[in-house]
Design a protein around this ligand. Sequence first.
Ligand SMILES: [Fe+2]
Length: 235
Amino acid sequence: MPRSIADQTDEELGGSGSVLVRQRDDHEQLDRLLRKLDGSTGRAQEEVLTRIDRLVFSHAFAEETVLWPVIRRVLTDGDELTRRIETEHQEVNELVAALEEGGVDHPDRPARLARLVKVLQEDVRDEEDLLLPRLQERLDPAELRRLGRQWALVRRVAPTRPHPTVSRRPPGNALSGLPLSLLDRSRDLVDAVVRRVPGPLAPAGTVVSRGLAAVAAAVERTPPARRGDGPPTAR
Ligand SMILES: [Fe+2]
């Protein structure tokens, strides 16, 4: 049984810049945000949740387009291992979409939030204890650092919001990634302005944000965006 990447030094993981070190850094940031979420309410809770979304969706998109295809190439059981993670990612997409749609007063909100925290924590454990140590056995430190650069680059231009209909596997996610990222990031900007400057322009901002969400929903449903999905994650 290979050692969890949680128990190894940066050096053992291939040095700073290695995909394993970068993964663990993001997972630690997520853990801090999840602890903040626990105990927060109302508007503060909304804001922590927004930060969690921005972190996890770009992080997972880059995994699904860059890392998991490599794992499927180098491990004989890579298909099964990555499908397990993709199924968790799919549930996170569906939970956050439902939380957004239901709003702050929905009766299912506490249960959905609790489930979201649980799935995110399980996802991190599966990656750090099962999947990434297996990748570590197959790649040398230079390869781990090269993959780290590729993953970080894609993460910086990845979508930042839930897209449950998009394929969790290439080519669908890769094809729809750029338009969805532009739409998501425009919406992030508009929403941030509306939140910070709650003046007479706020209703217009909300309309723009909803319009962008509708365009994203249409992009998500186009056939190319769904290409490559398997039964466990296809919607
Ligand atoms: Fe991860």
